[in-house]
Design a protein around this ligand. Structure first.
Ligand SMILES: Cc1cc2nc3c(=O)[nH]c(=O)nc-3n(C[C@H](O)[C@H](O)[C@H](O)COP(=O)(O)O)c2cc1C
Length: 324
C-alpha cells in the first residue's frame, strides 16, 4: 500500500480516538507494528482562533511509524487555513474527519454530517491539499448518514477527484453510532471498487482473523483498528503476521502487559502532567484489565487511579486476584 512516498506492507493502522490516541498511545502502537497512527481529532476552527488546547493535541513526534494529524471542520476555507497553521509541527500526513457522530460536532456541519454533502467533502479535500505542502491527505469516513443516505462511494469518489491519497471507511452509518454487529463490509467493498486510491476497512476488528476476513471479503488494502488496540497493542503485529502469511507472534505475558501500561501512563504524565494524564489513564487502564480474573474489583481500582504511583497498588491487586 502506498501513501504519498510511504510504502506499507499489508497490516493495520491505529484509528484516531479522541481521549485515547495521544502521543503515548500512538508511540506504543507504532512500537508494536501499527503501519501508521493518527492524532485525536483537532478542531480546524479552534486552531484558526489560536486555541492552545487544540494545538496541544499535535505533538512533534519521532516514532517508528508515520503519523497524521486529524482535522475536523465543515468549511473548506477554515480547513485550508488550519492546514497552513499546523505546518510548523512535525507530522507525515493530514487526515480529515468525516465520521464523528457526536451531536456537538455534527451540529456545526462537521464529522459524519459531511456524508450528506459529497461536493463539500471534495471542496474540503481540495482546500486541505492546496495548503498541505505536498504531504498526503487522507479521509476517514462512515458508510453514510443513515439507511437512506449511504453515500460512502460518492464521497470517496469526490475526495479522490480532489486529491485525497487514501480513504478509510468505517462501515456504519452515523445513525448506527457504534451499535455492535452493524458494520457493513459491502460498503467497504463498494468503495474499494469505485476508487483507485488505497482503501482501509474499519469497524469491529478484534483479532487477526477478523482482519484477514475483512481484507478477503472486501478487497481493502489494509485495516484500521480502534478499540481492540486499546490495552492490546500486540494486535498490530498479529494482524501484520496473518496478512503476510507469517507465523503468529507469541502472546504477551501478564507482566509485559502491565509494563506496557506502566510505560504508557509514565509517558502520559511526562507529556501532559499528572493532573491531566491520570483521569485519561483510568480509561486506558480499564482496557488492560479485560479478561483478567477479579474484573469488577480491578475496574474499581482503575477508576481510583490519581497518581502514577497508584499503578503499583493496581498491579498488586491484579496478582492478588490470582492472575499470572
Ligand atoms: C472513544 C472513541 C473516540 C473516537 N474518536 C475519533 C476521532 O477523534 N476521530 C475519528 O475519525 N474517529 C474517532 N473514533 C472512531 C474510531 O476511529 C473508529 O472508527 C471506530 O471506533 C470503529 O473502529 P473500532 O471498532 O476498531 O473501534 C472514535 C471512537 C471511539 C470509541
Amino acid at each position: 500500500m502506498q501513501l504519498g512516498n510511504m510504502t506499507f506492507a499489508p497490516g493495520a493502522v491505529l484509528a484516531p480516538m479522541a481521549g485515547f490516541t495521544d502521543a503515548a498511545c500512538r508511540r506504543l502502537a507504532a512500537n508494536h507494528g501499527a503501519l501508521y497512527t493518527i492524532s485525536e481529532m483537532v478542531s480546524a476552527k479552534a486552531l484558526t482562533f489560536g486555541d492552545k488546547k487544540s494545538a496541544q493535541l499535535i505533538y512533534n513526534e519521532n516514532n517508528p511509524a508515520p503519523y497524521g494529524v486529524q482535522l475536523f471542520g465543515a468549511e473548506p476555507e477554515t480547513m485550508g487555513q488550519a492546514t497552513a497553521l499546523i505546518q510548523k509541527y512535525k507530522f507525515d500526513f493530514i487526515d480529515i474527519n468525516m465520521g464523528c457522530p457526536a451531536p456537538k460536532i455534527n451540529s456545526s456541519g462537521a464529522g459524519s454530517k459531511l456524508m450528506l454533502d459529497p461536493k463539500n467533502c471534495g471542496d474540503i479535500v481540495a482546500a486541505v491539499v492546496k495548503e498541505s505542502q505536498g504531504k498526503p491527505v487522507t479521509v476517514k469516513m462512515r458508510a453514510g448518514w443513515d439507511a437512506d443516505h449511504i453515500t460512502a462511494v460518492e464521497v470517496a469518489k469526490a475526495c479522490e477527484a480532489a486529491g485525497a491519497a487514501l480513504v478509510a471507511v468505517h462501515g456504519r452509518t452515523r445513525e448506527q453510532m457504534y451499535q455492535p454487529g452493524t458494520v457493513d463490509w459491502k460498503i467497504i467493498e463498494a468503495v474499494k471498487k469505485a476508487v483507485k486510491i488505497p482503501v482501509l476497512g474499519n469497524g469491529d476488528i478484534e483479532s487477526a482473523a477478523d482482519a484477514v476476513a475483512m481484507v478477503n471479503a472486501t478487497g481493502c488494502d489494509g485495516v484500521m483498528v480502534g478499540r481492540a488496540a486499546l490495552g492490546d497493542p500486540w494486535i498490530f503485529a498479529e494482524i501484520k503476521a496473518a496478512l503476510n502469511g507469517e507465523p503468529a507472534p507469541e502472546k504477551p505475558t501478564l507482566r509485559q502487559r502491565l509494563e506496557a501500561l506502566r510505560t504508557q501512563v509514565y509517558e502520559m504524565c511526562e507529556e501532559k502532567g499528572e493532573w491531566v494524564a491520570m483521569p485519561q489513564a483510568r480509561s486506558q487502564a480499564l482496557y488492560y484489565m479485560k479478561g483478567l480474573k477479579g474484573a469488577a474489583g480491578l475496574r474499581r481500582a482503575c477508576c481510583q487511579l490519581s497518581h502514577y504511583e497508584d499503578l503499583d497498588e493496581l498491579f498488586q491487586k491484579v496478582y492478588d486476584a490470582g492472575n499470572r
